[in-house]
Design a binder for this molecule. Structure first.
Ligand code: GLP
Length: 251
């Protein structure tokens, strides 16, 4: 794992956007895996800025989002489809047909998941997957005690995640209990991964993810086994990593 400590959220967002924009410059038809949550918002803002300044084009880019709440349609303001339109897609030149997000309203979950995997394969896999991380170490919606071999599937959200994500809903009872998420195997098949974490409340999870044992209890710890992961932290999220830890990872 390569670990970059940015001085603050602003710098973290710029660094992440720069990596994604060089990927698009080098390969204009890149396949991007995208994440939601509050952490990538700054990265999307930067990408929109780079696009507006004429530095990058998304004309040939294909995207696959990690997850979607089950039971929310794309017009629902809490859906991840709505979030993606607001934060990124409405502001760039991406083709609608090149955007892929699991359909939270599907009547056939098994088929939806199978087709999602098929589409990723047909696109020749994900070049760069952007990830945030839940306080409990989830990536996508792969909650603790996850099966590392899982592909896209229906997941039951953890109490902790429902509580954490209730800040975006009118009440905690409105938070869906289920979601469709890429599995750990889907994520691990990406050619490269960028994981972002900001704020002190993620520091303990980040320490475990990078330095402690690989376990399904902390799903993101599996990333230690991926050959091309860049972790971008702000100083608060890096609080529990010593300089020695960081040097050792550079070696
Ligand atoms: C949600 C998403 C995750 C995201 C996590 C963290 O649960 N499914 O992909 O990483 O939230 O969110 P935040 O960045 O707001 O802390």
């Amino acid at each position: 794992m390569r670990v970059i400590v940015a001085k603050d959220y602003e710098e973290l967002s710029k660094k992440a956007a720069n990596i994604i924009s060089s990927q698009i410059t080098l390969k204009p038809n890149s396949v991007l895996g995208l994440a939601t949550g509050s952490t990538p918002i700054g990265t999307y803002r930067e990408l929109v800025r780079l696009y507006n300044e004429g530095n990058i084009s998304f004309k040939e880019v294909v995207t696959f989002n990690l997850d979607e709440y089950y039971g929310l349609d794309s017009n629902n303001q809490q859906s991840y489809a709505y979030y993606m339109n607001q934060q990124l897609f409405n502001h760039i030149d991406i083709k609608k047909d090149n955007i892929n997000i699991p359909n939270g309203m599907t009547e056939d979950i098994g088929l939806e998941c199978k087709n999602y995997e098929k589409k990723i394969r047909q696109a020749n896999g994900i070049d760069i997957q952007l990830l945030g991380i839940g306080r409990n170490g989830h990536i996508g919606f792969n909650e603790p005690d996850v099966k590392f071999e899982a592909l896209t599937h229906l997941v039951e959200l953890d109490e902790d995640t429902i509580k954490a994500n209730s800040r975006f809903f009118a009440s905690i009872d409105d938070v869906p209990k289920l979601a469709i998420s890429m599995g750990i195997k889907t994520i691990m098949q990406s050619r490269s991964i960028i994981l972002l974490a900001s704020g002190a409340e993620k520091a303990k999870t980040i320490h475990h993810m990078i330095l402690e044992k690989i376990t399904p209890e902390l799903p993101a710890s599996v990333l230690q086994l991926h050959p091309n992961v860049t972790v971008i932290l702000d100083e608060e999220a890096a609080l529990l990593l010593t300089e020695g830890d960081l040097l050792e990872m550079e070696a």
